[in-house]
Structures are given as structure tokens and as C-alpha cells.
Design a protein around this ligand. Sequence first.
Ligand code: FO1
Length: 332
Amino acid sequence: MSDNGSRSGSRRSPHATDEAGKVLALAGGVGGAKMAHGLQMAIPDGALSVVVNTGDDFKLWGLHISPDIDTVTYTLSGLASKAQGWGLEGDTWQGLEMMARYGRDPWFRLGDMDMVTHVLRTQMLHEGRTLTEATRDLAQSLGIKSAILPMSDQPVETLIQTTDGDLDFQDYFVRRRHADTVTGVVFRGIDESRPTQEVIEAIGAATAVIFCPSNPVVSIGPLLAVPGMLDALQASAAPTVAVSPIVGGTALKGPAADMLLSLGHEVSPYGVAAMYKGIIDGIIIDNLDERHASRIRDMGIAVEISDTIMKSDADRRALAETALRFCRSLAG
Ligand code: FO1
């Protein structure tokens, strides 16, 4: 249960931001999912669309795994593991133990309940349904009113170039615990990919666009690299605001800070804003990073300074309301 007393966290106070219109969030990973959850709590049911990175998708034991889509789905349904942020709360690991008995390396921890999601997704894809359709089917079964939209229905695979050679994303991220120094990132298949019709329509309908505090290189990066995505975003009149995933010189979760550094970006909200220059109108930075505000404003990007660390559902919702207010101020 979320701490506002509703399972999906969608119950709203009367003064919630009804005037927000249609909100579009770009997300990948745990930080992105938390922010999307905050937005879902802050606006009316059905007003949120979340475009999700699929560059982390991969095949394991014949199953199609979409980690970021599942993290968003489980988080928006209130079912996500509180400790991990990914996977399901209360899941068990007997399937993995059986994999090990069959001599398979259980390096990627698929829980017993989580495994069912991958079985059903894989079945739907084999039946010829698109990833968008499979995602909608699963999300609706869990009672989610927001639209969870894969960035593309064509496969895109993030490849991490390191000083130790090229690695598939989950090999780098999970098996090798993102310990390698990243020298480059390639999105295999990106040239053949395109945004889905659902994504294009959601961008067109949006009155606010939020870049969630996700890794700018491997979570938001693939989304923006899908041919046509940037054009659609830039054609939108909606104010576009990012939330910096870098706080106090580090990333709250994952390898974003090390990755920015090794790829030559400044590890600060300024570095993040510079990566999004020309795409965003404003950025929310943490109170800890106030000193970066004037340099960011000098780039022509508006700055809002706020608490950005999301420890509770109330924090998620408060950050979402800050982002929506910021968008309204930029539109006005
Ligand atoms: N992350 C880990 O660090 N270790 C895991 O074993 C792991 C398993 C896993 C299973 C299902 C799922 O949906 C996500 C899982 N994740 C795991 C998270 C995932 O690797 C990352 O969150 C993303 O790919 C990066 O955004």
C-alpha cells in the first residue's frame, strides 16, 4: 500500500493539479518510475502517459524481459519491491533455485511472480502482438489507469563500450555490477526503430512534458535517439522540464555519475542540463545543488530548486506537483 492509503496511489486530494491537462513523462529505471508514480498520484486518472526506455530489454531463457517497462508497471500498480525498486514486493526465488539445479547461472534475479510477467509478454509477442499491446494488456490487468508506452515496437539494444570490451547492457549493469569504465554507448537497431503511433499521439496531446530523474545516457538517451522522437518533442508547444538525477555530485542509484564522468560530461545538474540543452525549457535541481543554478540559467534554461530525493510516496507526489507547477509557470 502506498502511504496515501490507496494501492495504486491514485487517490487525490481535492486541490490536486486537475488543471495539469495531459502529462507526458519520459522514464527508465527506478528513479523514473518513482517520479511517474508521483505524477500519477497528482493528476486525474488517465491523464498520464509514460514513455519508457526499451534499450535494456533482452532475452533470457527464451523470455522477453523488459526491465524498465516492468519497473514502471509494478511501481504504478503499487506492487514494486520497496527495497529494490525493481521486481515485485514479496516475490520468491524458487524458479531461480530450479534454474541453478539445471546448471543455469541465475545471475539475473527473476522472481517467481515476476517470471509470469515475462512468460505472458513473450507469449503475446509470439502471437504477433506488439510490445505496446502486450504492455497495455498487462498494465490494464493490474488496474493501471496511466498509459505505459514502450518508446518503440522495434527492438533496440543498448551496448556498453568499456575499457574491457563491448558488453550487453544487463551484462554490464547486473552481472558485472556496472564496475567497468564506460567509453561509449551504442543503441543497436536504433536506425530501424521509430516511435509508436501511441507515443506520437501522447506527445501531441501533452500539456506538460517531464523528463524523469533517470540516467540521461542509458535511460533517456535511447528514447531521444529513436528517429522522429526528438522532432515530435520539439514540435510540441508543451513546457518541457527535466528533473536532475544527479544530486550533490552523485547519482542516488545506479551508474549515472560514473558514466557521465567517463563520457566527458560534468557530473552535476549543469552537466545534465547541458545534455538536454535545446530540448528542455527548465530543470529541477536539488537544494544541495543551488550553486549550479546561475550557470544553468545562463544557458537559457529555467531552474527550480527543490527537494528531489524521493524516500516516500509523499515525496514522489510533492516532486511531481513541483514539476507541474514549474511547467505551468513556464507556459504562462
Ligand atoms: N537489477 C539488478 O541489479 N540485479 C538483478 O538481478 C535484477 C533483476 C531484475 C529482474 C527483473 C527486472 O524487471 C529488473 C531487474 N533488475 C535487476 C533491474 C534492472 O536491471 C535495471 O533496473 C534496469 O535495467 C536499469 O534501468
